[in-house]
Design a protein around this ligand. Structure first.
Ligand code: ZN
Length: 350
């Protein structure tokens, strides 16, 4: 098109001819400058139709619409050319046939999910979360908790010491129980706390031990708390965590910081009591250790043992996760194998 017969339209023809050489930024600006609904040059020219005699309007309309279409085609053509150029850079190693990169979808670690769930169950019962240092003194880790000075857990083989020499030695806490001591020292009862955190022992990693492991424990101290509260609360917890019909049993046990002490077993979640390799044919799995807080521990922490009583429990969420997800080896939990973690993330979502 080089001549339209209308001067105001002819004035636009050089701009139409220039479109194939515009770059990306200029192309967008020129489209608005020509076709823009308010300020566009062609739009303004089209308004001239109002000044024409009625018999001339049709001819002008045909020509001007033809010009508008020519502009639109030219803009679209140049746009397609620029898009193609972007993908066809000489020397580029861009391979458009390669498959796209799949998006990584994060998921919580199975042990984190177990900890979150335990906290959620106890939160409904009025328990708050407390945390404390992982490097502790012997007194917080053992002494306050009524460990006799010759207790085997204090042996170098079990405890990772950070300092030697005269005075009180620093160590990596072997359980989360020092936090109980810190909670009790911070103020008077009642206490209802859950303590999640890492604990460390000088163990060689095997199918059921790792030198660093998560532990979660609970403490309830108030006036008039008895063993029946411990049994009712922990049975409720086990049934909320596993299933409402899960069988539980309490076995007598020993811990220096509780008296009496017990182990809580739940029906094996794999064979449901029939006996299998996971439960060593017993039909039961050990869930946690528990007991009434030893009066000496209360006294050591400044709590009036004549007035207050309480109970405590502790479990390893790593082993609990193994029981729930039927994982044969604890080391898988910390191995960082994405195939294993993906499988468990999917198990929950299914
Ligand atoms: Zn079993």
């Amino acid at each position: 098109m080089d001549h339209t017969g209308y001067p105001e339209l002819d004035a636009l023809l050089p701009r139409l001819a220039a479109i194939p050489s515009l770059d990306r930024g200029a192309l967008d600006a020129e489209r608005i400058a020509v076709l823009g609904r308010k300020q566009g040059a062609l739009t303004a020219a089209l308004r001239a139709v109002a000044r024409l005699a009625p018999e001339e309007r049709k001819a002008f309309g045909t020509v001007s619409n033809g010009l508008k279409e020519a502009f639109e085609t030219a803009f679209a053509t140049r746009e397609a050319e620029l898009a193609a150029e972007r993908l066809d850079v000489p020397g580029s190693t861009l391979d458009l046939t390669m498959p796209g990169r799949a998006r990584w979808i994060g998921a919580l670690h199975p042990i984190t999910r177990v900890v979150d769930e335990i906290i959620a169950i106890f939160r409904e019962l009025g328990f708050a979360v407390a945390v404390g240092p992982e490097a502790e003194t012997e007194w917080f880790n053992f002494g306050a908790l009524n460990f006799p000075p010759d207790h085997p857990a204090m042996d170098m083989h079990d405890t990772l010491y950070l300092s030697q020499g005269p005075g009180e030695r620093l160590l990596l806490r072997t359980h989360t129980s020092p936090v109980q001591v810190r909670v009790m020292q911070a103020g008077p009862p009642p206490y209802r706390v859950l303590v999640p955190g890492m604990a460390y022992r000088n163990d060689t990693a095997d199918a059921s031990h790792t030198p660093g492991f998560l532990q979660i424990e609970g403490l309830a101290v108030d006036e008039g708390i008895g063993f029946v509260d411990l049994k009712a609360t922990l049975t409720h917890f086990a049934r909320r965590f596993f299933s409402p019909t899960t069988k539980v049993r309490f076995r007598p046990s020993y811990f220096p910081f509780t008296e009496p002490s017990a182990e809580l077993d739940v029906e094996c979640q794999i064979c449901h009591g029939k006996g299998c390799a996971a439960c060593k044919q017993t039909g039961w799995m050990e869930l946690l250790g528990c007991g009434m807080v030893h009066p000496t521990v209360l006294t050591n922490c400044g709590v009036d043992a004549e007035r207050y009583t309480g109970w405590a429990f502790g479990l390893g969420p790593g082993r609990t996760a193994m029981q729930r997800y039927d994982v044969p080896d604890l080391r898988l939990m910390s191995g960082g194998d994405m195939r294993f973690l993906r499988q468990l993330a999917g198990q929950e979502d299914a």
